[in-house]
Design a protein. Structure first.
Length: 237
């Protein structure tokens, strides 16, 4: 049952991707991600350019010019590698900030009979998102060593660890809009396997460039469906 519910929830979220509110959040994510990657790459390029001389003379080789260009390309390569691991926490922070627009859009289309939600205030949401961002960064920094040690099995660990973290965060954040924390946590624990599997589904494509930009939106939308289906709320779409 859990697998079919996850699939139907994901397909329903995917089918709403053309919704104007979804697209606004996706566009905001693209602009934020582009700005972040460009800023970090530029900073690394400047740092490498400052640390390395403009030219270097080596015995039997001669003078090598253009080290600044090499530094620039090196920054791009380093950033591309790091982004695979940094995209998960950045995406989680992004989804927390734009959750309401996505969840509201899903409920307006599929669950129109629901009363208005009672989400946490902006300050609470911001603090929660920043705290979770820190947890994800710390966990992935530790797990990075294990990823390297495990070789080809590293991606499985990546999906498992981040699937748990993302599933927990997405579900609880959606659930907190409709029930108190104790009830939301009890519901999550009672459906831990389903929530972890859905989180792993969200974590898997986060290492894919461009596709990872829409994953937070689909994740929030998918978990909105999962929450309402677990609580027995009928859908109209």
């Amino acid at each position: 049952m859990g697998g079919s519910m996850i699939l139907s929830s994901f397909l329903a979220a995917l089918g709403q991707l053309s919704d104007g509110r979804f697209l606004k959040v996706v566009l905001a994510g693209i602009l934020l991600a582009a700005g972040l990657l460009a800023g970090v790459a530029y900073a690394l390029s400047q740092l490498f350019g400052w640390l390395l001389p403009d030219s270097l003379t080596l015995p039997w080789v001669g003078t090598i010019d253009g080290l600044d260009n090499i530094a620039g390309w090196g920054a791009v390569v380093v950033m591309a590698g790091l982004s695979i691991f940094l995209m998960v926490p950045v995406a989680a922070l992004f989804s927390g900030l734009f959750l309401e627009q996505v969840a509201d859009a899903v409920e307006d289309r599929h669950y129109p009979d629901l009363p208005p939600a009672s989400p946490p205030g902006f300050y609470q949401s911001l603090v929660g998102s920043v705290n979770f961002f820190g947890v994800l960064v710390a966990v992935n920094a530790v797990a990075l060593l294990l990823y390297l040690i495990m070789g080809p099995l590293g991606p499985l660990l990546f999906w498992a660890v981040n699937g748990y973290l993302l599933g927990r965060e997405y579900f609880q954040t959606v659930a907190y809009r409709r029930m108190d924390r104790r009830a939301a946590q009890a519901l999550r624990k009672a459906n831990a396997g389903t929530i972890w599997l859905a989180g792993a589904l969200m974590a898997a494509p986060l290492s894919l460039p461009f596709i990872n930009l829409i994953v937070p939106v689909l994740g929030v939308a998918t978990f909105t469906h999962i929450f309402h289906r677990l609580t027995g709320q009928p859908t109209r779409g």
